[in-house]
Ligand binder design. Sequence first.
Ligand code: TRP
Length: 329
Amino acid sequence: MEIVLSGIRSTGKLHLGNYFGALKNFVKMQHENRCFFFIADYHSLTTHPTPDDLHGSVKQVITEYLACGIDPDVATVFLQSDLPEVSELYLLLNMNAYVGELERTTSFKDKVRLQPNNVNAGLLTYPVLMAADIIIHKANKVPVGKDQEQNLEITRKFAKRFNHIYKVNFFPEPTAYNFGDDLVKIPGLDGTGKMGKSEGNGIFLADPPEVIRKKVMRAVTDSGPTRNNQEMSDPIKNLFTLMEVVSEPETGKFFLDKYNQCNIRYGDLKKQLAEDIIKFTNPFRERITEIYSNDAYLRRVVNEGAEKARLSASKTLREVREIIGFKPF
Ligand code: TRP
């Protein structure tokens, strides 16, 4: 059984793209591996959230993961900030992380460009903390998007470096967990690329029906086909792709036939799509509302998660300290 660890950014609500992109696979994967899911709340401090924003977004994210089917009795679900062992390993790893190599990472360079007035040391050592998150549980597999591949490569470098310096074979070198064909890319509503968080592009799992209707009705279309079987423009393709994941197959076929015969009314397609999205997201939204208001349940989940996570973290840290030379007299 593989040890799989996923770090979850504690920013923003989950949209349909997140669900079909990774979460749906996480829910399946938790039964096939030993999974750790944690909210990277220390990492989020690099952007200086207010205390209320920090707490609020951590609560929202963990609620939504649980609502989607991450099962705290199956996987280990915890908050990064509940694991003091991670901070200690981060400190130790920093001693063998070089400023030059950290400055050269793409994500750091991006951040310098994005927040030139807040180039803090936490940003520079972001990949060191991420490495600590991963290797403290001796994880073998990490599901990461394209933007995090370099950070995972740095993790391997630090794991290898530790093993080399201390002449041990202690940390495994984690690789990316690949979902292969199960990764469904969900397009946005603005006719461009993937679904994201930007205004007018995404549908959140927590969106109420009237918001979903409004967003879908405003989705970008074109002026309609003028020839039978005309090739579709991207915005229209996107609406059909969305239909493929939320609607009955007959519904998609019905509108496709209409499109091919040039008598489609995009308004009708959108109305149907909106209702099907609502039907699909309703159970999620209900569970989100229910879990979000149940502080006792959330408290129990994170407390038990921290307890479980600290078992493997403290074991690793004890051994690391010993390897480095912090030995009892
Ligand atoms: N950097 C990741 C992101 O922005 C979040 C993260 C923090 C993470 N620690 C991790 C992901 C450890 C995987 C493993 O998405």
